[in-house]
Each structure stands twice: as C-alpha cells, then as structure tokens.
Design a protein around this ligand. Structure first.
Ligand SMILES: NC(=O)c1ccc[n+]([C@@H]2O[C@H](COP(=O)([O-])OP(=O)(O)OC[C@H]3O[C@@H](n4cnc5c(N)ncnc54)[C@H](OP(=O)(O)O)[C@@H]3O)[C@@H](O)[C@H]2O)c1
Length: 340
C-alpha cells in the first residue's frame, strides 16, 4: 500500500514507434458500464490521482455504455491533452433488432462511422491508439486494418491496436500497418494468449496490454460469487463466478494470499505484480490496464508495479490458471483462443 505521496510509476513503449506510457494504464470501462453503479465525482478523482501517479494510458471504447464512457472521459482528456494517451475501440455494434445485444462489425462503412462518432464524443482532433475491439471473421483483416491505416494517414488516429486477435490475425494485420498494441485478457486466471499471441507480439515488437488483470475483481477477493454483485452487473452472467465454478475458483486464491502475506501486500497487488512480471518472463513490453473507480485503489494498484515476485512465488502461482473452472466468456468465439 502507499502512504498517498506521489511516486510516479515506470514507463514502457507502445510498439516500436508508439508513445512511452506509464507501465500500468487505467481501465475506465467500469466508470460508465458493466460493473454496477458508479459515483461520477469519485471516478473523476480516480482519473486525476492516476495521472499524478504516472498513469498515462487511459482505456475506453465506443461500446462502453453506447458512447457514454467516451463522453464522460472527454473533459478529463481535454484538460490534460498533452499528458494522456487516449485509447478507444470500435467493432461492437448495437444489434439492429435488440439494443441489449451486440454484434461484431469490422466493415469499412461501419469503421468510418465509428471514428467520426468517437472523435465527436471525445471532442479531440485525434485518437492516440485506436483498437479493433473484436474480429468479424467475415471481413478480411487486411481490409479492416487497411481502413484503420487510412485513418492514420488522415490524422484521425495516431497508432493502431487490436483486441482479442489470434497470432495469425496479428501477423496479417501487422503486414499491412504496424500494430502498436494487442489488448487481450491476461491474468493469473486467463493465460491462453501465452501459447501463440504473446510469442507473435514479441517477435513483431507489439506491446501487450492485458485487460481484466484482476480477473474482473475476483482476484482481489472483493467478491466470491455472482450473488455478491448488484443486479445488472455483467459478471453475474459469467461462467467463472456462477454456481459451483465460483466456489472452485475462490479456493484458488489461497496461494495468492500466501504470497500477499509475505509481501505485506493485497491479493490484487500480487495479481497485478504477476501480470507485470510476465514482461521479463516473456521478454516483451506489457502495460496492464486494471479498472477502478476509486483513488485509493489506483494508489494500491500502481504500487504493485514495484513488487517483484521470487522464482518460488512464481512457481506457487503457476498452477492456478490450469485449475480455473469455467471459460472466460460464455461464448468463446468472443476470445482469440476460440479461433486459434
Ligand atoms: N478489450 C476488451 O475486450 C476488454 C474487455 C474487458 C475490459 N477491458 C478494459 O480493461 C479494463 C480492465 O478490465 P476490467 O475492469 O474488466 O477488470 P479488472 O481490471 O480485472 O477488475 C476490475 C474490477 O476490480 C475492482 N478493483 C480494482 N482495483 C481493486 C483493488 N485494488 N481492490 C479491490 N478491487 C479492485 C474494480 O472495482 P472498482 O471499480 O469499484 O474499484 C472492478 O470491479 C476495463 O476497464 C476496460 O477498459 C477490455
């Protein structure tokens, strides 16, 4: 834990030509979407505290609250335009017949429509890092990245990213235009990308941006099952936190607790230290984006960038992922591992 004093975190580069950012970013999704009610003032204080601590990569998407998250972040981004790196995404469209559902779209007219809408909501001239959020397998990736590259030439976007892509998709995309970052789920509970995506990213000079590094909060021990969460919380439908799976998975936190005790750290800090340390394990830059809406937690989370786990501790944590009950999405075609 920190004493609240300002001690800025280290930095890492996004891709070979991208900006240098704080080695931990901030996931802003929960401020408007998915994880129950938020307090806007507390979220704003979290953004400011993160910046003081050296967090410069802020992650949003057009899909987070149908544009609401981008609109909410806009005043903060504008107030600190030269000090923040804005990452947003396209690719998850509202279903034409059911506004509660999403469909994946990567076609050119849709991307053109999305970039204009995001620029308008964010009220900035350019987006620093523009991700394809999900892959529409009916559109060749070369075509999608070709349009994204046009956005770079037009000055609307500075760098390109892809989320939940396979190693093959990453290689094909990178051949069209350099990819600065791949964003995928990566945590003590979700390690499927280590098989193919991580080696491809290392080889191509692409930075890995792990999302849900705290297992959507489960790895902090702050909730143990879906019923602990408020109605409408997205996690209530996720296979890992429901029924018998939740009990199996809660028991998997024991080794994390042991390591946390020896460091005088929280469970969440050990989960974040583990993801961060994968940078040296796999020899590539990694910028995790834990999500929080609370200033004290951003202090706690950024302090985890300074924790170094021993070989014995890494070995103790190693078996956890293979014992996790339940897939990370109900529909695994939503994740790159479902297509590898
Ligand atoms: N590319 C994609 O498809 C994709 C998918 C999911 C997420 N994302 C991005 O990745 C970001 C992070 O992922 P995530 O938010 O899903 O999961 P996460 O970072 O693993 O966990 C976030 C949850 O943990 C809680 N939390 C954070 N710090 C904590 C601490 N120190 N102690 C206790 N609880 C703590 C948060 O609650 P409070 O907010 O109440 O603190 C929130 O409920 C998102 O914000 C989003 O920007 C991307």
């Amino acid at each position: 834990m920190t004493d609240g004093s300002i001690s800025r975190i280290a930095t890492a580069r996004l891709g070979t030509h991208g900006p240098e950012v704080g080695v931990q970013g901030l996931g802003c999704m929960g401020m408007s979407f998915a994880y129950g009610p938020s307090d806007a003032d507390e979220s704003r204080a979290t953004l400011e505290r993160a910046l003081e601590l050296g967090v410069t990569l802020y992650d949003t998407a057009d899909a987070y609250g149908a544009g609401e998250n981008e609109r909410f972040l806009s005043p903060f981004f504008k107030a600190h335009r030269d000090d923040v790196v804005i990452a947003t995404k396209f690719g998850l469209a509202i279903h034409p017949d059911d506004p509660t559902k999403r469909i994946i779209r990567n076609d050119t007219p849709y991307i053109r429509q999305c970039i204009e809408a995001s620029l308008k909501r964010l009220d900035v001239e350019a987006i620093d890092l523009y991700y394809m959020h999900r892959r529409d397998v009916d559109v060749p990736i070369e075509e999608t990245v070709g349009v994204m590259a046009e956005l770079v030439s037009e000055g609307k976007v500075k760098h390109l990213g892809l989320s939940e892509v396979t190693a093959r998709e990453l290689r094909d995309a990178h051949a069209v235009h350099p990819i600065a970052a791949v964003q995928s789920e990566w945590s003590l509970f979700s390690r499927d990308i280590e098989a193919n995506v991580v080696p491809a990213a290392r080889e191509l000079g692409v930075t890995l941006v792990p999302y849900s590094p705290l297992g959507r909060g489960f790895l902090t021990g702050s909730f143990a099952k879906a019923e602990d969460l408020t109605d409408g919380d997205f996690r209530r439908q996720q296979p890992r936190y429901t029924g018998e799976n939740a009990a199996v998975n809660a028991a998997l936190l024991d080794p994390i607790r042991t390591v946390a005790e020896s460091h005088g750290a929280s469970l969440g800090q050990i989960a974040l230290a583990w993801v961060q340390q994968q940078a040296s394990v796999h020899n590539l830059p990694i910028v995790p984006i834990p999500g929080t809406r609370r200033p004290k937690r951003v202090e706690e989370n950024t302090a985890a960038t300074r924790i170094v786990l021993t070989e014995q501790e890494l070995a103790l944590l190693e078996p956890i992922a293979s014992k996790v009950a339940g897939t990370r999405y109900a529909d695994m075609s939503f994740a790159s591992a479902g297509r590898e």
